[in-house]
Design a protein around this ligand. Structure first.
Ligand SMILES: [Zn+2]
Length: 67
């Protein structure tokens, strides 16, 4: 089975620097549809967090552009 990786930008909550995160497409869709947390990481502050509602809806639009 081929896993399709999807890269998306995340911003450090502390300094707003942009990093990119990647997950398999199926993992992202599953998390968005089933209200599961999506954990991301910013190297600049060695910071892990779960995507906020706003970040989730941005990601949702990226991965599933409105038809
Ligand atoms: Zn930072």
């Amino acid at each position: 089975m081929t896993e399709v990786f999807f890269r998306f930008p995340v911003h450090c909550p502390i300094c707003n620097q942009e990093w990119s995160s990647s997950r398999t497409k199926s993992e992202i869709v599953d998390a968005l549809d089933n209200n599961k947390p999506l954990r991301v990481y910013a190297e600049c502050h060695d910071w892990h967090w779960d995507l906020s509602a706003t970040e989730r809806s941005d990601l949702s639009l990226r991965i599933r552009p409105a038809a």
